[in-house]
Design a binder for this molecule. Structure first.
Ligand code: ATP
Ligand code: MG
Length: 598
């Protein structure tokens, strides 16, 4: 059970800061504002419950001191009725308090989670480059969950406990100041030990949280990578690593709990010492100084109502620490501005009329590492342009810029002479359609997926599009036809079939400019023919930019742009580039050799 394990993959560990960060907590409590009415009502219920609870020791004192010695049965009966009444009020109010507190708490969590989700959806690609899916899910699910306790019980309980503690103290001092003062001599001892152990407790819980973060990361990685894991028969190794990871969680948890659990008994000891003092000192004061048996009984009850909240209060402090580190991370996400912003007065480009132009475009994903260097070219309406080049040469990057998933650092991209940054998101997305390297389907029916870009289109329209693309046949052969359920990765469908569904989705949206990123690269020859013929139909009468590894598919392109390490090295038609015997010619001949050898 070693701390570090050389076999273990490196996790992106989440450092949990365990400082109480007031500004973040303030921001967090702002989420409570819309519910202040409910919160207020909750506090009223809680206050009534507390007062009712504090009345009963006093009633007991009255019975013991006044009515029992005088054998006043009427009085005793009255006290009994009152005791039942206070108990009833206490329970009823507590019940309502818990119900309201949970309701308010869940509403607040709902709002926070919604704010996070909406915000993350608006962020640019660059954010998703920097943060893994697992990390983002942890923000929206786990970090919000850790606030659950605070908002549903923490805040309300702490107010209840504080008032119970304060009121009990006040009542004890008002009944008998001297006895109260002596009883509370344990408090300084308690505080001293509390401060001494606090850091150890904090440190151990921090460790537990880190280990749990590791566990999450490891599970996430193993589930998303399951195909690779099984392909490499790594299950056994991974099982061993996983055992280590959970062992770590277990050990650190047990250690933290051990220290934490010392606290409860310790409070009980303090409470016990207090009780002993009441009996020892109180009996001495009996009859003199107005101390009665009833007073002693009431004191012991009030003392219990003083020490009980102490445990919950210290837990609340821990809750606050956890909440402050979670809210720090939540607000960190909420404060990230999307890098790609719509212009304040965006231009609506309803149709594409003339040209797309890249003008001296420079781009880097990070720092000064330019992956596109001084790229300039023009595409005329109706043309088909092909981008070719070795892997990593920047083909996908060029189309990412054209779709405005990123903005270039230098130079500009113009559609009909208008800078991309000026065009409204809506019209740009309507103008440009992209077929991505890996087809992505959402969970739902095939029809849902086809209608994704135009939800109000009809089934007939979808069928028409699928017939046109040659997808209708296989879809209608599935058991539920267009209503067949697919899961988010579209398993049960072949890659070619998924690609066809994605094309149908695109075609229904009817974009004027089409971007195809190696749409046929992952297909076998049969499916490639099927998809290619569908693509040819889609590209007809449209402007298209095609990235293809198989050069045979782009022979007819109006312009072929050859990229190398982010620069354009050649440009021209297939015939002109072949006769030039340059880079493109090399690429063509090596592919022919490869095909022949295969
Ligand atoms: N999201 C990203 N963050 C940082 N660097 C990236 C990112 N995407 C790509 N790159 C880098 O930019 C360069 C160009 O990548 P790009 O994806 O445009 O190549 P490509 O020509 O499409 O390659 P392939 O043929 O393999 O698809 C590569 O060096 C790559 O490592
Ligand atoms: Mg690519």
């Amino acid at each position: 059970m070693a701390e570090t394990n050389t076999k273990r993959p490196i996790f992106s560990q989440e450092e949990t800061s365990y400082e109480l960060k007031v500004p973040y907590l303030k921001k967090l409590f702002r989420f409570l504002l819309p519910y202040r009415k409910w919160l207020f009502l909750t506090i009223i219920f809680m206050f009534i419950a507390t007062v009712a609870d504090l009345v009963s020791p006093y009633l007991l004192k009255k019975a013991v001191d006044d009515f029992i010695p005088k054998k006043d049965f009427k009085g005793i009966l009255a006290i009994g009725v009152l005791l039942v009444l206070t108990l009833f009020i206490n329970k009823e109010c507590s019940k309502n308090k818990i119900k309201l507190a949970n309701r308010t708490g869940q509403m607040v969590l709902f709002d926070i989670r919604k704010a996070l989700f909406d915000h993350v959806q608006s962020l640019s690609f660059s954010y998703f480059d920097r943060n893994s899916t697992g990390r983002i899910i942890v923000r929206i699910v786990n970090d919000v969950n850790t606030l659950n306790n605070l908002f549903t019980n923490g805040i309300v309980n702490v107010i209840t406990d504080m008032s119970s503690l304060v009121l009990a103290t006040v009542i004890m001092f008002s009944i008998h100041p001297k006895l109260a003062a002596v009883t509370f001599t344990v408090v300084p001892l308690f505080l001293a030990i509390l401060f001494a152990t606090r850091n150890a407790i904090k440190k151990n819980w921090r460790k537990v949280r880190r280990k749990i973060a590791n566990l999450n990361a490891y599970i996430h990685e193993n589930i998303s990578g399951i195909r690779v894991i099984q392909a490499f028969v790594r299950q056994k190794v991974n099982k061993a690593i996983f055992k280590d990871v959970i062992d770590d969680v277990f050990v650190s948890w047990m250690k933290a709990i051990k220290i934490n659990n010392l606290f409860g008994p310790f409070v009980e000891i303090c409470s016990m010492i207090g009780t002993l003092i009441i009996y020892w000192y109180g009996v001495k004061l009996l009859k003199i100084n107005g101390v009665t048996v009833g007073t002693l009984i009431a004191f012991v009850s009030y003392l219990d109502r003083f020490w009980r909240p102490v445990v919950t209060l210290s837990n609340f402090y821990n809750q606050l620490l956890v909440a402050s580190s979670s809210s720090e991370r939540i607000f960190e996400v909420l404060s990230i501005e999307p890098e790609i912003k719509e212009d304040e007065n965006p231009v609506d480009l309803s149709t594409f009329k003339d040209t797309i132009e890249f003008k001296n475009v420079w781009f880097s994903y990070k720092d000064e590492n330019y992956v596109l260097k001084d790229i300039s070219f023009k595409v005329k309406k109706g043309q088909m342009i092909a981008l070719v080049g070795a892997t990593g040469s920047g083909k996908t990057t060029i189309v990412n810029l054209l779709a405005r998933f990123y903005d270039p650092q230098k130079g500009s991209i113009l559609i009909d002479g208008i800078d991309l940054r000026k065009i409204s998101f809506r019209s740009l997305r309507k103008l440009i359609g992209i077929v991505q390297q890996e087809p992505f389907l959402f969970s739902g029916t095939i029809l849902d997926n086809i209608l994704y870009g135009r939800p109000n289109a009809s089934l007939d329209e979808a069928v028409e599009v699928c017939k046109f693309l040659g997808a209708h046949e296989f879809i209608s052969q599935l058991e539920d036809g267009y209503y067949t359920q697919v899961n988010e990765r579209g398993t049960r469908l072949s890659t070619g079939q998924k690609q066809l569904i994605c094309l149908a989705r695109l075609l229904l949206q009817n974009p004027e400019i089409l971007i195809l990123d190696e749409a046929t690269s992952a297909l076998d020859t049969q499916s490639e023919l099927m998809v290619q013929s569908a693509l040819n139909k889609v590209m007809k009468n449209r402007t298209s930019i095609v990235i293809a590894h198989r050069l045979s598919t782009i022979r007819d392109a109006d312009l072929i742009i050859v990229l190398d390490k982010g620069q354009i090295v050649e440009m021209g038609t297939h015939d002109s580039l072949v006769s030039k015997k340059g880079v493109y010619y090399e690429l063509c001949t090596s592919q022919i050799r490869f095909v022949k050898a295969g």
